[in-house]
Every structure is written in structure tokens, then in C-alpha cells.
Design a binder for this molecule. Structure first.
Ligand code: UDP
Ligand code: MG
Length: 314
């Protein structure tokens, strides 16, 4: 049994040592499993790659794939899945926010309870700015209302999967990737484990508020078409309101006469309608721009160097 651990790394030179030390402990506990540590260097500008290469020299289980530039965590995960040779595959952050100590339990669940995948979610968000938590909660509430795919609040990308699950994920070769949704989309039987939020061991988070916001839009556009129908919905409501207003004005004119004023209110209404129209065009645009990227069929990442090979069949 070979287990591949995919570790996306972007400027993680400090965290890597801690990570490797923790993984060594876990690998020591799980004697009956053979390991492969697959580091995906996502165009780091620090010594991440050097450190990984150093580890690879000392430990034959260490494999790496290095990108030509920063392509983002989603691309790193995809590359990891393509290069993973294991019968089981696990995705784990390099900063120890995904506790490696959970791995033996996850492994046991897959082997003994027959699940296809074990996912994790954090039940608390302590140590995170309150505004960020608030918007994160809102995001999960909205997306679960408007999307058929189940996207779990607090879900991490930390997940152990069987080969069948991985092959299913690899069939989804879309360019705009939102893994939390893709995991749910492919189905299979998944068990959820919960853990308390852990703060990162070294370095700092790569996700600014703005980056997270754009990522949430990515998630919504990728897994729901409800925003597209907002325009028709708004249109119907506007028609209804204006019909009522027309009737009101006609009746008032007949009964009282003198309806020549109302210029400021007219301007307000025009600006309001113009705004709604622009908003709808913008929503159309965000779907269109993603289609544009999808149609170009650009590769999701470019590998510059590696010490392992891509999987057969991919
Ligand atoms: N990461 C990556 N590419 C990026 C951003 C992040 O490979 O462009 C990796 C990063 O090295 C880490 C994981 O994704 O292993 C999670 O990133 P981070 O800890 O910054 O996110 P957070 O835990 O704060 O959500
Ligand atoms: Mg982190």
C-alpha cells in the first residue's frame, strides 16, 4: 500500500522543517504503509525548492514538482493529483494547520470502514480575524442555497482519498478550479472528521481578504448558475412595479390633474435602473470571462522541474 501525501508549498521555507519532522513521526507510527511525500513548489520566491531538494537527497520518499511561476494552490493540488503514484492520496498544507496526527485515524476509516474518502473540517475559527470569519460564514450560507453541490462550512482541503476518487477528480480538467466544490461533485462516500483550528507554525498566510473574496466568487460561478437568472428575476419585479405606478399616475391625473413635477425622482429611478442593468451585465461578464479562459484550454500549471513522473493514463 503506497500513500502519497501532496503538499502544496508557496514560500514555506520556514514551515517545511516542522512539517517534515511531524510527518516523520506519523510515518513512524504507520509502519504498514509505504509513503511518498510529494511537494508541489508553487513558484516560491524563497528557499522552499532548495529545502525540498535537500530533503529529497536524504530521503527517497520525498518527491517534488516545481512550477515555473506561482499558479495558485488549486493548480498545485491538481498537479499533485496528476503526479501522485499512491493507492491512496492525501492533500495536506505545509504549515501544519492540517494536523498530520489525524492521518492514522483517516487511514483506518478508509481501510476498515470502507469509505472512499475522509475529509476534515475545523469546528472553530479561533485565531482568525472576526470579519473574515463572518464573511466566510456568509459565503457558505449563500453558496449552499444556490448550488446543488454540497459545500461544507469550515471544510479544509485536508483529505484522504482512494485511487478511484482521485481518478474521478482528474477527469475534471477544468481551468477554473474550486476544489471544495469538486470534492463534493464527484460524489463517493465521504466521512467527515472534525478538529479545532490550529494556527500556522511559521511564515504567514498567503490569502489576503481580497484574494479570498475573489476565490469565493470563483466558487459561486463554478458551482451555480443562479446569479445568471437574477436579471430575469429583477426584470419581472421591475415590470410589475412600473405597471402599478403607471396605473397610479393615470388615476391620479384623472382625479386631480397637474402631474408635471417629479424630475428629481425621475433621475433617481433612472440611475437605479441603470445600476441594476450594469450589475446584470457584470454577472454575465464574470461567467463569460471564465468561459473564455476555459475555451482557451491553457494548461493549469507548467512544471519546470521534478524528480518523479506523471501517472499513467493522465
Ligand atoms: N499555497 C500554494 N499556492 C498559493 C497559496 C498557498 O501552494 O498561491 C499553499 C501554502 O503553501 C499552504 C497552503 O497552500 O501549504 C495553504 O495556504 P495558507 O496557509 O497560506 O492558507 P490558509 O491556511 O491561511 O487558508
Ligand atoms: Mg494555512
Amino acid at each position: 500500500m503506497l500513500l502519497t501525501v501532496i503538499v502544496p508549498c508557496y514560500n514555506e521555507e520556514e514551515a517545511l522543517h516542522y512539517f517534515y519532522r511531524e510527518m516523520e513521526k506519523v510515518m513512524g507510527v504507520m509502519q504498514d504503509v509505504e509513503f511518498e511525500l510529494l511537494f508541489v513548489n508553487d513558484g516560491s520566491r524563497d528557499k522552499t525548492l532548495e529545502n525540498v531538494k535537500e530533503m529529497a537527497e536524504k530521503d527517497r520518499r520525498v518527491k517534488y514538482v516545481s512550477f515555473s511561476r506561482n499558479f495558485g494552490k488549486e493548480a498545485a493540488i491538481y498537479a499533485g493529483l496528476q503526479y501522485a503514484g499512491g493507492d491512496m492520496v492525501c492533500i495536506m498544507d505545509a504549515d501544519l494547520q492540517d494536523p498530520p496526527a489525524l492521518l492514522p485515524e483517516m487511514y483506518r476509516v478508509v481501510v476498515e470502514e470502507g469509505y472512499d474518502s475522509v475529509a476534515t473540517r475545523r469546528v472553530s475559527r479561533k485565531g482568525e480575524p472576526p470579519i473574515r470569519s463572518f464573511f466566510a460564514r456568509m459565503f457558505y450560507r449563500i453558496i449552499n442555497k444556490i448550488s446543488k453541490t454540497d459545500i461544507v462550512d469550515g471544510a479544509r482541503d485536508y483529505r484522504l482519498m482512494t485511487r478511484a476518487f482521485v481518478d474521478a477528480l482528474l477527469e475534471l480538467g477544468e481551468y477554473n478550479r474550486f476544489s471544495k466544490g469538486l470534492f463534493g461533485w464527484v460524489g463517493f462516500r465521504t466521512k467527515w472528521l472534525e478538529f479545532e483550528n490550529v494556527e500556522r507554525v511559521a511564515g504567514e498566510t498567503k490569502w489576503s481578504f481580497w484574494k479570498l473574496f475573489m476565490y469565493s466568487i470563483e466558487g459561486i460561478v463554478a458551482f451555480s448558475t443562479v446569479p445568471l437568472s437574477l436579471a430575469s428575476f429583477g426584470g419581472v419585479i421591475m415590470c410589475g412595479i412600473s405597471a402599478l405606478a403607471i396605473i397610479f399616475i393615470i388615476v391620479r391625473q384623472i382625479l386631480y390633474g397637474g402631474s408635471a413635477y417629479g424630475w428629481p425622482s425621475m433621475v433617481c429611478i433612472m440611475i437605479f435602473l441603470g445600476g441594476i442593468q450594469l450589475l446584470c451585465v457584470g454577472i454575465l461578464g464574470s461567467y463569460l470571462s471564465r468561459m473564455y479562459l476555459e475555451v482557451k484550454k491553457r494548461p493549469i500549471y507548467i512544471c519546470k522541474e521534478t524528480n518523479t513522473t506523471k501517472n499513467e493514463g493522465n
